[in-house]
Write a protein that binds this ligand. Structure first.
Ligand code: ADP
Ligand code: MG
Length: 713
């Protein structure tokens, strides 16, 4: 049962109505039409939302470069003030671009825009003074600046020294809501909003301890700083508040775990021991033994376990999960294992039921596609306790699934399940079951702290013995025939190969086309009378995909052509080649996951990263990282450093709070401060009932409410 709730009806009548709740269209300069657009495009619905729509950058008048000093290829942004001349459109249709020349007293430089050319052409005026911001590039031997941000110089005067630059969208700009409009309406906002409307939310002692400016000043200065120092102070304070809020939530969940009573697994019984003696197909590694010990310790304390097991691909997490489930059953409890996809659930089910068969333990598979009589049967057996073990997908956390006494839930491949989903498992019993989360994506410590700060962490930092390191190479399009020839020689030795194509949502249609084209091309190299090729992708219906997958798993197909549906977990020890097409389009962690599909058997395995013959310097570097290291932790760190966590883990979230200004990589120092501070407060006042914590609680309420997570269970 949940221990404490934040009362979700925070809009009760006793709360005075704040001006910040006023609908955005009531603000001077907005009106119904623009209001509608702001709501739709940027989710700015109220005065308060606008207040928290922060600039992402500032033009600082004092920081200007001269054109004569501009160098390409240094990766540095420049800001130049000058006069715009010679504006013209080049090309037609969607290939059209806008070209213009900017000059100052030291020289001239060309500016080019590929997008939004029409709108720019309408708004830019020749012989006017502008400030531009961008990164110089070299083009046909001379220097230009592609896609610079551009602002009339006169607009800068409006906001003192620093001109805020707001995130906006094409659509808004097309409707004339420019960066300058944002500055204007935000100014109008500050004419309405006074210090009293923006009360402090952080306890006073934190403000002084961490030298944070007041909330009101932070919000004022973040929009209209009079100097660089104020801008820094403001941003620091807002980041602090944001990370602090997320850390409070995490600390509350963590605290709840520590006081949450858990089932006690008293003994190591027959199942576990029998398995260990008779059915374990290999000797456990030291790391596997250590983690099992940690789990045994956790489950004997009388508190609920919440443990994250991090282990590189192939480190042998599954067997640790299986043995933990045996432990649960030894103590009379049910156990379940939840995987992120149907294919993975199926594969776990098959390997687990094989192991359980010998020990005569019934196990069933429950996924979305299990329906009708079979489903009813499984649900009934889970409810009356006759079924001790179930493997499945998200289907397991549906409300209709009730357990008799679920003692342990294993969640495989963590990063696809959110904190909220995990929480739903807890409501299935009188007491929360122990939770074991397995992740194959090694998460850098700082990120783990933010995303899963409520979990204890175990690491399997040792691979099973006898693994040969996978040979990884980077090849390009020109080597395709040679690559295919190589794969054929491996297959002729009796091995199997994966060929993987990228699939991203934005270019889904194109990606499917190239998958199909690729499939045809593979058939040319591998004639159908001699080679069996299976293909799996997300547009196939589940049974077909399953059949194709099984053909490969059983060894009937030599080659599996696939999109990234095989990314996690699939285990085919005989597969020794992984060819990744358009490898430059994958993230490093994803490449590492894919590579981990091979190297699972006794044979030497290979991973071939195939890219176009001309790739960017950054892509080349990324391929180089893959070639040079097999360590998932190193790769995850590099990935994080190169791409930022947003891309990597799907959302820019911390716990349940969407981060607007903080960055969990760049702001790790603040993160650590806020974590310590949050921990202290939550220990002293878990429900945030102290009057000094009331304002803080109110914003947490508002934020978690927005994320549809008003209770912490
Ligand atoms: P992952 O951690 O990526 O989920 P798996 O649990 O799928 O890895 O294990 C990868 C392979 O290694 C499997 O074929 C498994 O049977 C094997 N394996 C696991 N532990 C050991 C061990 N201690 N010794 C030898 N092989 C092992
Ligand atoms: Mg696995």
């Amino acid at each position: 049962m949940p221990l404490f709730y934040f009362c979700p009806n925070h809009t009760d009548i006793s709360t005075p109505v704040s001006i910040l709740d006023s609908p955005i269209e009531y603000l001077k300069g907005v009106g119904p039409q623009r209001g509608e657009l702001l709501r739709k495009e940027l989710q700015i619905a109220t005065f308060g939302d606008l207040l928290h729509h922060y600039p992402y950058r500032y033009f600082d008048r004092t920081q200007l470069n001269k054109i004569a000093d501009v160098q390409p290829g240094t990766n540095d942004y420049v800001q130049i003030a000058g006069t715009l001349v010679n504006i013209y459109e080049e090309g037609a249709g969607h290939k059209s671009r806008l070209v213009a020349t900017l000059y100052d007293d030291t020289g001239k430089i060309e500016l080019v825009w590929f997008q939004g050319a029409k709108w720019l052409k309408k708004t830019l005026k020749e012989n006017e003074r502008y400030v531009i911001f961008g990164r110089p590039a070299e083009f046909n031997g001379y220097v230009n600046i592609p896609h610079p941000e551009i602002e009339p110089l006169s607009a800068l005067a409006m906001a003192g020294g620093m001109q805020p630059m707001y995130p906006t969208t094409e659509k808004l700009r097309a409707k004339g809501i420019t960066n300058r409009s944002f500055a204007k309406i935000t100014q109008a906002l500050f004419e309405k909003v006074s210090q009293g409307d923006v009360p402090e939310v952080l306890p006073a002692h934190l403000l002084s301890e961490y030298r944070l400016c007041s909330r009101y000043h932070a919000l004022r200065w973040v929009h209209f700083p009079d100097n660089n120092e104020h801008m820094q102070l403001a941003r620091h304070r807002l980041k602090w508040e944001e990370l602090f809020a997320s850390q409070i939530l995490i600390a509350r969940v963590r605290l709840q775990h520590t006081i949450q009573p858990g089932y006690i697994f008293e003994k190591v019984g027959d199942y576990f021991n029998l398995f260990y003696k008779n059915h374990l197909p290999f000797e456990l590694t030291g790391a596997q033994k250590r983690v099992l010990k940690e789990i045994r310790h956790d489950t004997a304390t009388g508190k609920q376990m919440n443990r994250l097991v991090q282990g590189d691909v192939g480190s042998g997490k599954t067997i640790v999960a299986v043995m933990s489930m045996l432990l649960a059953m030894d103590n009379g409890f049910q156990a379940c294992m939840m995987a992120p996809t149907e294919i993975l659930a199926q594969q776990h089910y098959q390997s687990i039921s094989r192991l359980m068969e010998e020990m005569q333990i019934p196990v069933r598979l429950l996924t979305g596609s299990v329906k009708g009589k079979e489903r009813k049967e499984i649900l009934a057996a889970l409810a009356d306790g006759t079924l001790p073990l179930v493997v499945g997908t998200h289907a397991l956390i549906e409300d209709s699934v009730l357990f008799n006494n679920l003692g342990l839930a294993v969640i495989d491949e963590q990063h696809r399940f959110g904190v909220g989903q995990r929480a739903r498992l807890w409501n299935k019993n009188e007491k929360a079951p122990h939770v074991l989360v397995m992740t194959a994506t090694p998460i850098p410590r700082t990120l783990a702290m933010t995303l899963y700060g409520d979990l204890d962490v175990s690491v399997i930092d040792e691979l099973p013995p006898g693994r040969k390191e996978i040979k990884t190479v980077h090849r390009n399009e020109m080597h395709r025939a040679r690559v295919m020839h190589f794969i054929r020689s491996e297959i002729d030795k009796g091995r199997q190969a994966y060929i993987v194509y990228p699939l991203i949502e934005e270019s889904e249609k194109l990606d499917y086309e190239s998958l199909m084209a690729g499939f045809e091309q593979v058939k040319v190299f591998f004639p159908e009378d001699k080679y069996n090729i299976a293909m799996v992708h997300g547009r196939q219906d589940a049974p077909l995909r399953e059949r194709n997958m099984q053909r490969f798993i059983k060894g009937e197909a030599h080659i599996l052509v696939a999109t990234t549906v095989i990314e996690v977990g699939v285990n085919v020890p005989n597969a020794s080649v992984m060819l990744i097409e358009s490898a430059e389009r994958f993230g490093l962690s994803q490449l590492h996951q894919l590579r981990g599909r091979v190297g699972r058997g006794a044979e030497q395995s290979f991973c071939i990263l195939l890219t176009g013959s001309k790739v960017s310097e950054e892509s080349r570097q990324r391929m180089q990282i893959m070639v040079s290291t097999a360590n998932g932790f190193v790769i995850a760190e590099q990935d994080l450093a190169m791409r930022g966590p947003g891309d990597l883990y799907g959302t820019r979230q911390s716990g349940t709070i969407k981060l607007k200004i903080a960055d969990i990589v760049m702001d790790v120092a603040i993160l650590e401060q806020t974590r310590a501070a949050a921990q202290k407060i939550v220990e002293q006042d878990p429900g945030l009932t102290h009057p000094a914590h009331q304002p803080l609680k109110n914003i947490l309420l508002a934020q978690t409410h927005q994320n549809n997570w008003s209770k912490i269970s």
